[in-house]
Design a protein around this ligand. Structure first.
Ligand code: ADP
Ligand code: ZN
Length: 634
């Protein structure tokens, strides 16, 4: 057989007989052998060392940072059972599938299993047949559970999504409170707590609740260099979205919208435009919902339109863009939701569609909340609004929220850094706007909202304008030459600059500040930013931001490999990335390995997968080469 002839003697040895001592003592060798990776991600190596040494560890890594590996690698390097507590039942199966594909014996127990299957797994656990066991927290309430864990020789606990234990967090789950018992029941078993989201307060709460003993703490940077950020000003939002989708037809993306109806409409419009998209929201029948999710995860459809109900526990690594069609309610949600893009480390885009009406709509919802929640919600919205309207680096704004500073010039892609909006001398516009605020106030004795101010400036004849006689003001209509949305933007920018102040609350009005008064009286120069450009050409600025070691490679070969991966994945009934992530296929298409030894040097190809799929992928690569030769000679 061709493949065998190509195989080097070295590769043959590695496939057949793993050198078990090396893989048990050298984390780097174990990393390549089991997972096919050549290098650790930041902090992984240190965390793994501490876990191997039996220390308690607290690790805060952003989504995509590679948390799972921190307990999976030690679990295969040391005897005994690692118990992973996770609230995400949907994710357990995927993780176990991925481990199984890598040749690591793992299983999960949760409420989705039928009695026979659960018994079978319990038996194997008693026989010591697994290295990892995933458990939902509520399992810890069952009788005998501690006795069982004892009998299974548990040597490590990994608590995933550890922030769920804290009532201060945004995702508190009462079931997680039970984890406090673990330390009492198993005083000598080390605990590793992992999370992607935690403020200082939540961090302390986690360490205390789990009673971690002198834990080593790791806090990774929240920066995701391969993600680019930009804001698109809504003009004809639907048209803009379709234009965006059309230029990324083959790519996988998530489009978030605020309401179920909106989600349905967008999915339909995208389909009409020839972009396969499915809806996902809490109003769908559960079976349809999980079917749609499954089709998206398995790359059957590229796009999912969803409410924020979607995403927790989605472990799809090749999401190339996340679009927010409506404004998220706070910056932390925005960070988490955009974090689902580019987990494979290749460049991905985060695009926020923004219209100034979005803020007003959210303010409306906030008014319906309890009084004590309202102020916090308004503050959160103000931060979000600042992100959307601000002219400074978006990445820096996001990181600042997590208490991290980005050094100037370190941004790897955002619209404000890479396609900065032009600035212009806006003194005249500012004078018009500010004096209008003063005139309205003098004439009426009260202040008004932004919309009405702009109505007066642009000389509109509304009921209010007539009712309050504002058409008699000297500023009425002095801004006719400039479009309404632009005046709104100018009003907002003057607010950001501190020349105007917007009062809090639903009936928010605009007032002049001391600094605005001085600017007006002393005719100070005011610099303003030109309105943002709408959908830019893909090849410009921000899109080139990410570094990406993948490179395009041979597109046709990549498509072949993708098709092969899909066939294997469907046969085995697992998502495609469980077989190989996109990064691995990209590297294959670029390096065109011709032997098992060469294939093993591709990132993501471990020894088990080399043995299982190596030949299939090599022959796909070989047959593409044969076809191309034939075409050239024809
Ligand atoms: P998290 O749980 O922190 O969001 P995951 O554990 O799901 O992240 O890992 C994200 C992706 O990164 C997965 O596809 C995983 O296989 C991959 N990954 C993890 N560690 C490495 C590494 N050292 N080298 C290359 N890829 C890695
Ligand atoms: Zn930037």
């Amino acid at each position: 057989m061709i493949v065998e002839a190509r195989m080097s003697p070295d590769a043959g040895r590695e496939v057949g007989q793993p050198v078990s001592t090396l893989f048990d003592t050298d984390p780097k060798a174990a990393l390549k052998h089991h997972f096919g990776f050549d290098a650790f991600r930041p902090l992984q190596a240190d965390i793994v060392d501490d876990v191997l040494a039996g220390r308690d560890v607290f690790a805060l890594l952003p989504t995509g940072g590679g948390k799972s590996l921190c307990f999976q690698l030690p679990a295969v390097m040391r005897p005994g059972l690692t118990v992973v507590v996770s609230p995400l039942i949907a994710l357990m199966k995927d993780q176990v599938d991925a481990l199984t594909a890598a040749g690591i014996p793992a299983t999960f127990l949760n409420s989705t299993l039928d009695a026979n299957e659960a018994r079978r797994r319990l038996r194997t656990l008693h026989e010591g047949g697994y290295r990892l066991l995933y458990l939902a927290p509520e399992r810890l309430a069952l009788p005998h559970v501690y006795r069982d864990l004892e009998a299974w020789n548990v040597t490590r606990f990994a608590i995933d999504e550890a922030h769920c234990i804290s009532e201060w967090g945004h995702d508190f789950r009462p079931d997680y409170r039970r984890l406090a018992e673990l330390r009492r029941a198993f005083p000598s078993v080390p605990v590793l707590a992992l999370t992607a989201t935690a403020t200082t307060r939540v961090r302390e709460d986690i360490v205390e609740s789990l009673q971690l003993r002198d834990p080593r703490r790791y806090v990774a940077s929240f920066n995701r260099p391969n993600l680019s950020y930009r804001v698109v000003e809504k003009q004809n939002a639907l048209k803009q979205l379709l234009a965006f989708g059309r230029t990324r037809r083959k790519e996988s993306g998530i489009i978030y919208a605020a309401s179920r109806r909106q989600v349905e409409t967008l999915a339909e419009k995208l389909r009409e435009a020839g972009i396969a998209a499915l809806p996902y929201h809490a109003g769908l029948d559960p079976s349809e919902r999980s079917y749609n999710q499954e089709r998206f995860v398995r790359d059957d459809v590229p796009v999912i339109c969803a409410t924020v109900a979607f995403g927790m526990g989605i472990n799809k690594s090749n999401v190339r863009y996340v679009v927010h069609f409506d404004l998220p309610k706070n910056l932390e949600s925005y960070y988490q939701e955009t974090g689902r893009a580019g987990r494979d480390g290749l460049p991905a885009e985060c695009v926020l569609f923004y219209g100034s009406n979005d803020t007003a709509k959210l303010l409306g919802f906030i008014e319906e909340k309890e009084a004590d929640e309202r102020e916090r919600a308004r503050d959160a919205l103000r931060v979000m609004q600042h992100y959307a309207e601000g002219t400074e680096c978006r990445r820096a704004m996001l990181l600042e929220y997590f208490g991290e500073r980005l050094a100037p010039g370190d941004c790897t892609g955002c619209d404000n850094c890479f396609a900065p909006r032009a600035r212009f001398d806006g003194t005249v516009a500012a004078q018009k706007f500010l004096s209008n605020v003063v005139r309205v106030r003098q004439a009426s004795g009260f202040s008004v909202g932004l919309n009405h101010l702009v109505d007066v400036l642009t000389g509109r004849e509304t009921e209010k304008v007539r009712g309050w006689n504002h058409d008699a003001l000297t500023t009425y209509g002095i801004g006719k030459g400039t479009a309404r949305p632009e005046w709104i933007a100018i009003g907002r920018e003057l607010t950001r600059l501190g020349l105007l102040r917007q009062t809090p609350g639903l009936r928010s009005v605009v007032e002049l500040t001391e600094s605005g008064r001085k600017t007006l009286l002393e005719r100070r120069t005011v610099e303003l930013t030109a309105a943002a450009v709408v959908e830019r050409d893909r090849t410009s600025g921000a899109d080139d931001g990410g570094s990406g070691d993948g490179g395009p490679g041979d597109e046709e070969l990549f498509d072949d490999l993708r098709a092969l991966r899909k066939r294997i994945a469907d046969q085995r009934d697992v998502p495609a990335y469980v077989i190989f992530p996109d990064t691995t296929l990209r590297a294959m298409a670029r390096d065109v390995p011709a032997s098992l030894a060469e294939l093993r040097s591709i990132p993501g190809v471990g020894d088990k997968k080399l043995a299982d799929y190596g030949e299939a992928f090599l022959s796909a690569i070989a047959s593409r080469a044969t076809r191309e030769n034939a075409e050239e000679n024809a």
